[in-house]
Design a protein around this ligand. Structure first.
Ligand code: AP5
Length: 222
């Protein structure tokens, strides 16, 4: 099962992907997490991309395409993957398509998580992340068991620097200008489904499971 998750910043792509990963037993390939981890490691790639992430600009297509295509060729992706945050521009989508042809593979599903502007702003301003394992929380909607601490490893939760209001404005503008055209691109290809990202995460997850229902067996959600 190869899935692309599309949607604006803060729509809940990463949160939904984390649930689907457990259900489908395939890895989540989150472009933002991969880039942030390179920045933390201080690699050449991390140093190159830091300025883009800090300002809310998109990393150049040729860089991110190389990173993501090499990631999805790794052995743990042989049974599938969930692409979260990639592709994000038309040239990225075309590069992905070309690689999939070479790999004799294809995308099975494109899930578009749609959410209203005020929902997005409130989610990003309340988001807290674990710098160790990338788990994501929200101070009101999805709080950790112990305030400020990650449920998985107890690390101190932080706000993402690019969730600052001025950077969020740039990210949303880039989304509108560069990523929204992908909706038409994938809607034309088929296997495209819109999910109502304004709902709470359990409802969105159920919507996603319904879409997946024709392909994978249902699970007990209790
Ligand atoms: P990236 O990390 O991919 O950021 P993004 O796409 O802007 O997405 P977010 O991670 O902000 O949001 P999300 O939709 O995953 O929401 P989440 O689940 O966390 O990219 C960061 C940067 O990297 C980019 O700006 C760019 O510089 C670079 N980059 C990455 N990919 C690139 C590419 N392909 N090309 C070029 N550059 C690239 O949820 C948000 C909050 O809401 C959380 O607090 C969560 O707990 C809460 N929440 C989630 N769902 C719900 C719900 N249903 N109800 C209530 N609360 C919810």
């Amino acid at each position: 099962m190869r899935i692309i998750l599309l949607g604006p910043p803060g729509a809940g792509k990463g949160t939904l992907a984390a649930r689907l990963v457990e259900h489908l037993s395939v890895p989540q390939l989150a472009s933002g997490d991969i880039l942030r981890s390179q920045i933390r490691q201080g690699s050449d790639l991390g140093r190159t991309v830091q300025q883009y992430l800090d300002s809310g600009a998109l990393v150049p297509d040729e860089i991110i395409v190389k990173v993501m295509i090499s990631r999805l060729c790794q052995p743990d992706c042989s049974a599938g993957y969930i692409l979260d945050g990639f592709p994000r521009t038309l040239p990225q989508a075309q590069a992905l398509d070309a690689s999939l042809v070479e790999l004799e593979s294809q995308i099975d599903l494109v899930l578009y998580l749609d959410a209203d502007a005020e929902v997005i702003i409130s989610r990003l301003s309340g988001r807290r992340v674990c710098p160790v394992c990338n788990a994501t929380y929200h101070v009101d909607n999805i709080p950790p068991a112990v305030p400020g601490k990650c449920d998985r490893d107890g690390a101190e939760l932080i706000s993402r620097p690019d969730d600052a209001p001025d950077v969020v404005r740039t990210r949303l503008e880039n989304y509108r200008r560069l990523t929204q055209p992908l909706l038409d691109y994938y809607a034309g290809v088929g296997r495209f489904h819109r999910l109502d990202g304004n709902k709470d995460i359990s409802e969105i997850y159920q919507q996603a499971l319904q879409v997946l229902g024709g392909v994978v067996s249902p699970v007990d959600e209790s």
